[in-house]
Design a protein. Structure first.
Ligand SMILES: CC(C)(COP(=O)(O)OP(=O)(O)OC[C@H]1O[C@@H](n2cnc3c(N)ncnc32)[C@H](O)[C@@H]1OP(=O)(O)O)[C@@H](O)C(=O)NCCC(=O)NCCSC(=O)C[C@](C)(O)C(=O)O
Ligand SMILES: [Mg+2]
Length: 367
């Protein structure tokens, strides 16, 4: 039962006469990297046509990181890119086209939607809404999009993705995910969320050396603890709780969780670690802020050849999928098979759009 004020029978009804029918299931399109660009930045915008086919999603960002003076230029730049770039967005696009509109309380959000939907709505796959606080924000966008889609004669609904970047948004995460059949997924907004929660960090995503646990102190023969001794510390993940909540809320509603931005562009190693934590916990992708983060995201969010080799062996060994077998000294059963099928299915989806990956998965020997 969707956590919405609409009854179950109305949940999938279009919200405006003439609007396209809402989707019953969110398509599982690969979206390992959602690559952000500022459409008002001419150097960045010039690179977009050649990036089509090299990244799963290109996202024209209109919100934070675009100067207030450039908001109009960014919106117009995105319209031009959406109109003129071959292979970008829409059902036949090789790379999806997303946008992040300005926040709903800003002076720009309404014009973002009323401009983009008629101009490039047929190309826009997903609209990311920042700073979503609760289901009411999704309901507002949902109805407005239906009206604009009806007027533009669009044949397919534009999906909506919410960024969790306020404490209220996190507290309402389940109702946000279930607020509309348009909901495609969630991303973490670690910088705004940290500020809203009054966390004491100053970074965009990633860990903090002060957030740690320390090994117990050694004790002397008389049992006294030597708290001054050298002890190993282990840095902890500040984002574990939020990502885990997002993953559960998304899985419950059949939509997709994503990590978000990693602002230390130079630290490609920690970036990969943070992305991998999210992948292992259940996220399907992340953001890329700089071209060099695309390769990191594509690598991390594609199952490794070793994982697929193992997963296929378990599937083969399990025969009809029931019971328990021993493989390499480990017990495999109905539930470990299900985990392996998650990986095998993901590999198939990715191989369908990534020829290099397909080659690697095809080369895996049986047995
Ligand atoms: C980090 C920056 C300033 C470094 O920009 P740079 O120019 O210093 O980097 P560079 O290494 O010198 O750039 C090399 C080349 O790549 C180009 N380039 C560089 N970046 C891109 C790009 N993204 N897409 C396409 N091209 C790009 C750049 O123009 C340059 O071209 P050139 O060789 O012709 O001179 C720059 O990469 C950038 O502005 N990235 C996007 C930042 C962004 O979108 N931030 C908002 C998302 S994070 C967020 O909002 C938080 C959140 C969720 O809301 C919350 O946690 O609360
Ligand atoms: Mg933000």
């Amino acid at each position: 039962m969707p956590s919405s004020s609409r009854s179950a029978k109305d949940f999938f009804a279009p919200l405006a006469v003439g609007a396209p029918a809402p989707v019953r299931e969110v398509p599982a399109r690969p979206s390992r990297a959602i690559h952000f660009f500022d459409p008002s930045n001419e150097k960045m915008a010039a690179k977009i046509p050649q990036m089509v086919g090299t990244v799963d999603v290109l996202l024209g960002n209109l919100e934070d990181a675009v100067k207030a003076d450039n908001k109009l230029a960014a919106r117009e730049g995105l319209v031009r890119i959406g109109r003129d770039t071959d292979g970008l967005g829409g059902p036949g696009g090789t790379t999806q086209l997303w946008t992040r509109i300005n926040s709903l309380d800003s002076p720009w959000a309404l014009d973002d939607l009323t401009t983009l939907v008629p101009a490039i709505g047929h190309r826009l796959d997903v609209i990311m809404v920042p700073k979503v606080q609760g289901a009411e924000d999704i309901h507002y966008v949902d109805r407005l999009l239906a009206q604009l889609e009806a007027r533009a004669g669009l044949e397919r609904p534009i999906l909506v993705h919410a960024i969790l970047e306020t404490a209220r948004g996190v507290a309402n995460v389940e109702e946000i995910c279930g607020a509309s059949p348009r909901m495609q997924g969630l991303s973490l907004g670690p910088a705004d969320l940290a500020a809203d929660r009054r966390m004491k960090t100053t970074r965009v995503g990633g860990g903090h050396p002060g957030y740690l646990v320390r090994q117990d102190p050694p004790t002397s023969a008389d049992g006294a603890a030597d708290v001054g001794a050298d002890r190993t510390t282990y840095q902890q993940d500040l984002w574990h709780y939020t990502i885990a909540r997002m993953v559960d809320a998304c899985a419950m509603h059949g939509i997709y969780p994503y990590y978000g931005p990693f602002g230390d562009i130079a630290d490609v190693v920690a970036c990969e670690d943070q992305f991998r934590n999210a992948f292992l916990l259940g996220c399907v992708g992340t953001w890329s802020l700089h071209p060099k983060q695309i390769a990191i995201a594509n690598k991390v969010f594609s199952p490794s050849v070793e994982d697929i080799r193992h997963a296929r062996r378990v599937v083969a060994a399990m025969g009809d999928g029931t019971g328990a077998v021993m493989l390499d000294g480990k017990m495999e059963d109905d539930a470990s098979l299900k985990q392996c099928l998650v990986l095998v299915d993901l590999a198939e989806e990715l191989a369908a759009i990534d020829p290099e990956l397909k080659k690697q998965y095809d080369a895996i020997e049986e047995g």
